[in-house]
Ligand binder design. Structure first.
Ligand code: GLP
Length: 260
C-alpha cells in the first residue's frame, strides 16, 4: 500500500520530500531523480535549492523528465525542456548533459519514445520519481484509458488537460494537442514513486489513485502496483480519502530508520 503523508502545506510537503532526496544524494552523489513539471513539485525544487545553498552538490545527479509537448520549439518558454531548465537544472546546478527530457520534435517524433526508453535503460533507470497528478487522474501525460503497461510514446491531450494547462499559454488554442510521455509501465520501473498533490481540485483524483480500483480510467491508480510509493498531500487534497485516520496513525508511528 502507498504510504500517505498528510502535510500542513505544500511548503511542508516540499521540505519533507526534498529532505529525503537530499539524504539520498548525500549517500549517492550519482543519484537519479525523475522530475515532473506543473505547479505541484515547485515546493520540492525550492527546498532542494535551499539544500544546494547549504552546500549540497547536485552536479553528478542525473534527471529524467516525464514528458514533453509535441511541436513546441525547445526554446519556447513553456516547452518542458525550458521549464525543467528554468525550474530544476539551473537552480539546483545540475549538469545539463545529465538532464534528459523526451524529444518533442515533430520531425523525429516517430522514434522519440523508443530513444527515450533506450536512454533510461542504458542509464539503469530512475531511483526516485516525482509525480504530480492531473485533475482527471493523469500521471505524466498518461490520460485516462492509458495502458497500465505502456512505454514512452505519443499521446493526444484531452480537452480537460489542455484547459488545465491553458494558464501557461497566452491563449487556450496555443496549448499543443499532442505530447510524448513516459508510459505507466515506464513510471512503474522507477525505484520509488513520490506522488504529490495539493489543493481541493486534486481531492477526487487522489482518492481514486490511492483508494479506488486499479484502473486505466484513473492512471494515477497505477501507484497501487508499485511496492514503494509515498503520497504527499495537504488536507485539501486528502479531503476525499476514507482512511486518513489510519494514514496519520501509521506515519506518526513510522520507524525513523525507514526514511520516506
Ligand atoms: C501536467 C503534467 C503532469 C502534472 C499535471 C498536474 O499535465 N504533464 O506531469 O502532474 O500537469 O499539474 P499541476 O501540478 O500544475 O497541477
Amino acid at each position: 500500500m502507498a504510504e500517505v503523508v498528510i502535510v500542513e502545506s505544500p511548503e511542508a510537503g516540499g521540505v519533507l520530500v526534498a529532505g529525503h532526496i537530499a539524504t539520498q544524494v548525500r549517500a549517492d552523489p550519482e543519484f537519479t531523480l525523475g522530475v515532473a513539471t506543473g505547479s505541484t513539485p515547485l515546493p520540492v525544487y525550492a527546498a532542494l535549492e535551499r539544500e544546494r545553498a547549504a552546500g549540497l552538490d547536485f552536479s553528478a545527479v542525473t534527471a529524467f523528465a516525464l514528458d514533453e509537448y509535441v511541436g513546441l520549439p525547445r526554446d519556447h518558454p513553456e516547452s518542458y525542456h525550458s521549464v525543467i531548465r528554468r525550474e530544476v537544472t539551473e537552480p539546483l546546478g545540475l549538469d545539463p548533459a545529465r538532464v534528459h527530457v523526451p524529444d518533442g520534435d515533430e520531425a523525429t517524433i516517430a522514434t522519440a519514445g523508443e530513444r527515450y526508453e533506450a536512454a533510461l535503460a542504458a542509464h539503469g533507470g530512475v531511483d526516485l520519481q516525482l509525480l504530480g497528478i492531473g485533475t482527471d487522474g493523469h500521471v505524466g501525460f498518461n490520460e485516462p484509458g492509458s495502458s497500465l503497461a505502456s512505454s514512452t510514446r505519443v499521446k493526444t491531450l484531452t480537452a480537460r488537460t489542455r484547459a488545465d494547462n491553458a494558464r501557461f499559454f497566452e491563449t487556450a488554442g496555443q496549448v499543443p494537442t499532442h505530447c510524448i510521455t513516459q508510459g505507466i509501465g515506464t513510471i512503474l520501473r522507477a525505484g520509488h514513486l513520490v506522488l504529490l498533490a495539493f489543493g481541493a481540485g486534486k481531492a477526487t483524483a487522489v482518492a481514486g489513485a490511492v483508494e479506488g480500483p486499479v484502473t486505466a480510467s484513473v492512471p494515477g491508480s497505477c501507484i497501487q502496483l508499485h511496492e514503494h510509493v509515498t503520497v504527499v498531500v495537504d488536507e485539501l487534497a486528502a479531503a476525499r480519502l476514507e482512511r486518513t485516520d489510519s494514514y496519520r496513525w501509521v506515519y506518526t508511528h513510522k520507524p525513523i530508520w525507514q526514511g520516506l
